[in-house]
Design a protein. Structure first.
Length: 426
């Protein structure tokens, strides 16, 4: 732990020494009502816009106007292969091999597509294991899949209850659930980071436990991609899905992504097939038989949305220059300082509900306000009025996520001072 100090001089001096400090200037920070930049802690919900995005999108608009359909084959980045231009950088961010990764669709669509292939229930093994209080995308999707296959969610949907304070689920709880129900579980479907409390899960350990019991294992990495250094290939997970508008800064409703482990690259699996998933070498022969492209590309349905992929390409280029290891190191400094400020300056006002162990969390600190939900909403609205942007998750959590690409230690101090002023006034 650094010798933290709750002073502006201390925070600014360390921010000035940050080797990643220049990256902040590559993002557009929303102005507050006074015209000054807001203090933005909401990258876990919607990442900020990289400055280079506008030019990247405009370049594709120019190609469209100048080349028409020939833009698929001409220009600096021909549209025919555009999804391939993000593949290597995306694979580096999630710790996968390029053939295991594809940018396509959105998270919910990709989850359903993956479950078509990887949730194959039988009468003896119909169940899906998820965490209690899962994000609605996951909860709705898995329940609908259970029903689609003719099973009753009351029996075939197993919701893993927390066994630690603040909704935290230990690895031991997952192991016990698998020991009890493993012979009935077809699919283990857990998050990389739990959206409400910010807990990070051990993907490799969970995969090993699931595979030990004959389960397929998949992950929703919506809050983990671009947040934590993932080693998805080495984890052995069968599949994963994510969105790109949070820590990957690719814009509202951005193109999501999917991972399929290479051991399934050529496997004959049920899937909802689409033309763009057909083997690239024979795709334009327009044959009646679907021959999937080996690897994750074989799960594509349609040609890539160029104007939506351009922001992702820009953001991933920033990640490449920064490096996930360096971003994680800075993230630990930011969350460590923010946690220290809460514990030493604001303990009578705030409680951090995210795990204290840095290895069990990412950039997000979930915070409860002493006094319950009403006081929590009062503080949240006060912070917004002061230009300090976090987000609220029911029933009583404020999520504050200092993103290492554009947040600073000074931002954490601004947050703490605002909370102190609110408390004094109240």
């Amino acid at each position: 732990m650094l010798d933290y100090q709750a002073t502006l001089d201390w925070a600014r001096a360390r921010d000035a020494a940050d080797p990643l400090r220049a990256l902040r200037d590559e993002f557009l920070i929303p102005p507050h009502t006074d015209g000054k930049p807001s203090t933005y802690f909401c990258g876990n919900s919607l990442g900020l816009q990289p400055r280079a995005v506008r030019d990247a999108v405009n370049a594709e608009l120019d190609y469209w106007s100048e080349l028409g359909v020939e833009g698929h084959f001409k220009g600096r980045l021909p549209w025919m292969d555009y999804h391939e231009f993000v593949r290597d950088d995306l694979a580096a961010v999630i710790g996968a091999r390029p053939s295991e990764v594809v940018a396509m669709n959105t998270l919910g669509v990709n989850l359903h597509l993956m479950m078509v292939s990887f949730y194959r229930p039988t009468r003896e093994r119909p169940a899906i294991l998820i965490e209690a209080g899962a994000f609605p995308t996951d909860r709705y999707a898995v329940e609908s899949q259970v029903r689609f296959h003719g099973f009753d969610p009351a029996i075939a949907l197993i919701e893993l209850e927390a066994d630690e304070p603040n909704g935290i689920i230990s690895l031991g709880a997952i192991e016990r659930a698998l020991d009890q129900h493993g012979s009935r579980i077809a699919l283990v479907m857990l998050p990389g980071v739990q959206y409400r409390n910010g807990q990070a899960f051990d993907l490799k350990a969970i995969t090993e436990l699931g595979h030990k019991h004959g389960c397929v294992v998949g992950f929703d990495l919506a809050h983990a991609v671009g947040n934590l250094p993932l080693q998805l290939h080495d984890s052995g997970a069968d599949f994963a899905i994510w969105c790109s508008y949070k820590y990957l800064n690719s814009g509202p409703g951005a193109v999501g992504g999917a991972f399929v482990h290479e051991r399934h690259a050529k496997a004959v699996l049920p899937r909802f097939a689409g033309w763009w998933g057909h083997d690239k070498t024979t795709r334009f022969q327009m044959g009646p038989e679907f021959v999937p492209t080996p690897g994750a590309d074989g799960w594509q349905l349609s040609n890539p949305p160029i104007l939506a992929l351009a922001p992702l390409r820009v953001s991933l280029e920033i990640f490449r220059r920064a490096g996930m290891r360096n971003l994680r190191e800075k993230s630990l400094q930011l969350t460590g300082y923010l946690e220290w400020l809460v514990q030493t300056q604001l303990a009578e006002v705030l409680q951090v509900v995210t795990p204290a162990d840095p290895q069990r969390r990412g950039a997000q600190l979930s915070i409860r306000v002493t006094g319950g939900r009403e006081r929590g909403r009062e503080l949240f609205e006060y912070l917004m009025d002061q230009g300090i942007i976090g987000d609220w998750r029911e029933p009583d959590v404020i999520r504050i996520s200092p993103a290492p690409l554009y947040n600073r230690l000074e931002d954490c101090l601004v947050f703490a001072e605002a909370v102190r002023n609110w408390h004094r006034a109240g």
